[in-house]
Design a protein around this ligand. Structure first.
Ligand code: PEP
Ligand code: MN
Length: 364
């Protein structure tokens, strides 16, 4: 159920409706839009009686939402959501493409700094890197844990990059939210509902990667889990799905981008690194992702891919990342997008940085 407020409804009226919904034992999600606020009603005790809400001051109408996902849907918010970060001009979902780049895993301070310096100079505004790695083999490098998170925080300080890193369970999420700007929920955890709920109670934006065999609806429902707990700063990420094709590690499903954008107001970015597993396919698929209308890219870059402790085969050399950025700079305007100016973050980084702090990133 969805309560659409009148265009001129006051904040107090919105609060009044929310209180009524909560008094009835449901959860109210007030989502301001460009023209009016809509209030999503969630809960698992059956449907609310619309009659009890229609008469409240400021209410325009009460609509039944038939789709299984509600808060991610364009029914509740027609315009695209833009995620902002206090103290930074980086955005996700706005006219500027969100470019995230960095190693698959943080291996050392020197490694992280060498890569951060290059990706920042090339125009990336977000630094990626895993401190907790969900590896297929228990004998593969599992990440540096909290030490990796500390290194990422130093990268943030020194280069002015916002950081994104994966939480693999509730315990690591506690730490990730203290050190990083965005919490990544990996493909293997897309249906880990307790982790999604915990991420939904965090103040940090959450990026949910598509599960290896997730349908569009399952993908959106994962984001719905996060939002249902009150965290509306969610980013989706297409990273390839498992198919019969074996010429690439996964099959990057770029058709999901317009499909998601039709149904949801949430930003969606593309990971052509996990999506292809092969360095020589990352740049062509990045070009395609931008052309298809993705809100950004997350790219694995390593200064010595042959020595990388994970995913070296799919990591770009920094020079290749420079070239990729120069190509997408040309493609972006064709689809009405911009790419952040190269080198801007590297030079202005120190001044504008705030500690990942108290403030929730602002969305809507
Ligand atoms: C990664 O980003 O390095 C990663 C493990 O991603 P995914 O969860 O998509 O496999
Ligand atoms: Mn990886």
């Amino acid at each position: 159920m969805l309560v659409v407020m009148q265009a001129h409804a006051t904040e107090e009226q919105v609060r009044g409706v929310c209180q009524k919904i909560e008094a009835l034992g449901y959860r109210a999600h007030a989502i301001p839009g460009a023209e009016r606020t809509a209030i999503g009603i969630t809960g698992n005790k059956g449907e609310i009686d619309p009659g009890s809400l229609e008469e409240i001051a400021g209410v325009q109408e009460v609509i039944r939402v038939t789709k299984p996902y509600k808060l991610v849907s364009r029914d509740i918010k027609a315009e695209n959501s833009v995620i902002r970060f206090p103290g930074s001009d980086a955005t996700i979902g706005g006219p500027t493409l969100a470019i995230m780049a960095g190693p698959c895993a943080i291996e050392s301070r020197d490694q992280a700094f060498a890569i951060a310096e290059r990706v920042s100079r090339a125009g990336a505004q977000f630094f990626r890197g895993g401190a907790y790695k969900p590896r297929t083999s228990p004998y593969s490098f599992q990440g540096l844990g909290e030490e990796g998170l500390r290194i990422m925080a130093e990268v943030r300080e020194n280069f002015g990059l916002r950081t994104i890193t994966e939480a693999i369970d509730n315990e690591s999420l506690e730490l990730v939210e203290q050190y990083a700007d965005i919490i990544q929920v990996g493909a293997r955890n897309m249906q880990n509902y307790s982790l999604l709920r915990r991420a939904g109670r965090s103040k940090r934006p959450v990026m949910v990667k598509r599960g290896m065999s997730a349908t569009l609806e399952e993908f959106l429902m994962a984001a719905e889990y996060v939002m249902s707990e009150g965290n509306y700063n969610v980013i989706l990420c297409e990273r390839g799905i498992r198919t019969f094709a074996d010429h690439t590690r996964n099959t990057l499903d770029l058709s999901v981008i317009p499909a998601v954008q039709r149904l949801s107001h949430l930003p969606i970015i593309v990971d052509p690194s996990q999506g292809t597993g092969k360095r020589n396919k990352v740049t062509p698929l990045s070009r395609a992702a931008v052309a298809v209308g993705a809100d950004g890219l997350i790219i694995e870059v390593h200064h010595r891919p042959d020595q990388a402790l994970s995913d070296g085969m799919q990591s770009l050399y920094p020079d290749q990342f420079d070239e990729l950025m120069s190509q997408i700079r040309q493609i972006a305007p064709v689809v009405g997008r911009k790419v952040s100016v190269a080198g801007l973050n590297a030079t202005t980084g120190l001044a504008g940085v705030e500690t990942p702090g108290s403030d929730r990133a602002v969305n809507f």
